[in-house]
Design a protein around this ligand. Structure first.
Ligand code: AMP
Length: 421
């Protein structure tokens, strides 16, 4: 037997309806906020992700990189943003719209150590709003993420927010961090030693050094915001207040990716036993990513939610999904002639919008009837010898157990009117 690859999972038929519903809820909310779907490839040329300025672990260590048969260097996408921006630039989307509000739903791939809520192939949905520096847009994007988690019914929903400031503030903060960590470099983990040089912000995010004394006493981005950045952050917060969004300022929040400037945020819920997995998604504003990928000098802001985590959270909180629809009609017919009539009715029912099925495995009446009951169908249509002779169908209502003989010609219509469809 060949098993699934490490870090992956199958969505089996008894689970897939939950996925479909989660996606459906996401699409509805995204549409309410005026976002349009974009679907980009699962693999891209590696340079889309491995840019000179991108030093995050996700991009330097966790990507699935490969050469195709034409010797092209490709990467399975580890996150949604870079591919969306690549497409935005390539398709010159800014020419049509001053502001592009895009969303995506799809799988990402990271070579991480699999654990609860962490996989090597996982699903994210997210948004990117590209083309505006308006601080109200930050509040809108955060508000969208917040509203969605609330809509799912999760409790203790909270936005954790921080500002890294503009490039100047960020640079000042970076220098302050380097100066702060330098005397401790010997005691930092190997990864953090490397980060000290390239991107000391990432040290604050380190999973190994998170209790390190120097990390705990490190300066925060807030200490280094210039006046304009402070003003911008204040304005974002005032819009959040206006929109009645509960938030908490998280002075140490920097987020993993290198491209963030100004606003960064995470959305948390309060789920028993979830610990760090309570962070359901996050995002931030980026200033130079569009330019870095060869486009115009336009800013963007976005977020992504991990969908496995959302489902795990909903299950842990016993939030229900609406159950899968059961068939309206299940047909039972044993003889070849009866099956010919049954097939006609089956296709007629489906053409008229009813969920209809019949059994293809059982031969005798008993086994077919068992299959009909197992399907939880609302009605069972029986075509036996008598029915065939009289051109009728025995229609059994599985809820009331009542059964009546109905002419074949009007059998489907009878059910349609009984169901009020
Ligand atoms: P990130 O793109 O790292 O900012 O992650 C955004 C969200 O995606 C996280 O909050 C998680 O919910 C989810 N996520 C990230 N990595 C994984 C993974 N390996 N497996 C499952 N979910 C993930």
């Amino acid at each position: 037997m060949i098993s699934k690859a490490k870090g992956t999972y199958d969505v089996l038929p008894n689970e897939s309806f939950k996925w479909a519903q989660l996606e459906d809820k996401a699409r509805k909310m995204l549409t309410l906020f005026g976002y349009k779907e974009i679907r980009t490839p699962i693999f891209e040329y590696s340079e889309v992700f491995h840019r000179v300025n991108e030093q995050s672990d996700m991009v330097t260590k966790e990507t699935y990189d490969f050469l195709d048969k034409g010797n092209r260097q490709l990467t399975l996408r580890p996150e949604g943003t870079a591919g969306v921006i690549r497409s935005f630039v390539e398709n010159k989307m800014h020419v049509q719209n001053n502001l592009c509000k895009l969303y995506y739903i799809g799988p990402n791939f990271r070579y991480e150590r699999p654990q609860k809520g962490r996989f090597r192939q996982f699903m994210q949905f997210g948004v990117e709003a590209i083309g505006s520096n308006d601080s109200a847009l930050d509040a809108e994007v955060i508000g969208l993420a917040y509203s969605f988690i609330k809509e799912l019914g999760l409790k203790g929903v909270k936005v954790r927010i921080n500002s890294l400031g503009d490039n100047e503030s960020r640079q000042n903060f970076k220098e302050a961090l380097t100066a702060h960590f330098m005397p401790h470099s010997e005691t930092l983990c190997q990864d953090c030693k490397n980060r000290l040089d390239k991107n000391p912000l990432r040290i604050l995010d380190c999973k190994i050094d998170n209790e390190h004394e120097a990390v705990l006493s490190a300066p925060t981005p807030q200490d280094h915001l210039n006046a304009a950045s402070r003003e911008y952050f204040k304005s974002v917060l005032s819009y959040l207040d206006s929109a009645d969004i509960t938030y908490e300022i998280a002075p140490k929040l920097v987020r993993g990716l290198d491209y963030y400037t100004h606003t960064v945020f995470e959305i948390e819920a309060d789920i028993e036993g979830f610990g760090a997995q309570n962070v359901l998604g996050g995002g931030g504003r980026y200033q130079s990513l569009v330019k870095e990928l060869g486009g115009p000098d336009l800013p963007g802001i976005g977020f992504a939610f991990g969908m496995e985590r959302l489902l795990l959270a909903m299950e842990a909180e016993l939030l229900s999904f609406s159950s899968e629809p059961t068939p309206d009609i299940f047909l039972v017919a044993t003889s070849h002639e009866a099956r010919l009539e049954a097939i006609k009715i089956l296709f007629e029912a489906r053409n008229k919008g009813l969920i209809a099925d019949m059994d293809y495995t059982g031969t005798n009446f008993k086994s077919q009837f068992k299959a009909a009951l197992k399907s939880n169908s609302k009605y069972i249509f029986i075509i036996g010898e008598d029915e065939l002779a009289n051109l009728t169908v025995a229609i059994k209502n599985t809820e009331t157990q009542e059964q009546e003989q109905v002419p074949m010609k009007i059998a489907v219509r009878t059910v349609i009117s009984a169901l009020g469809k």
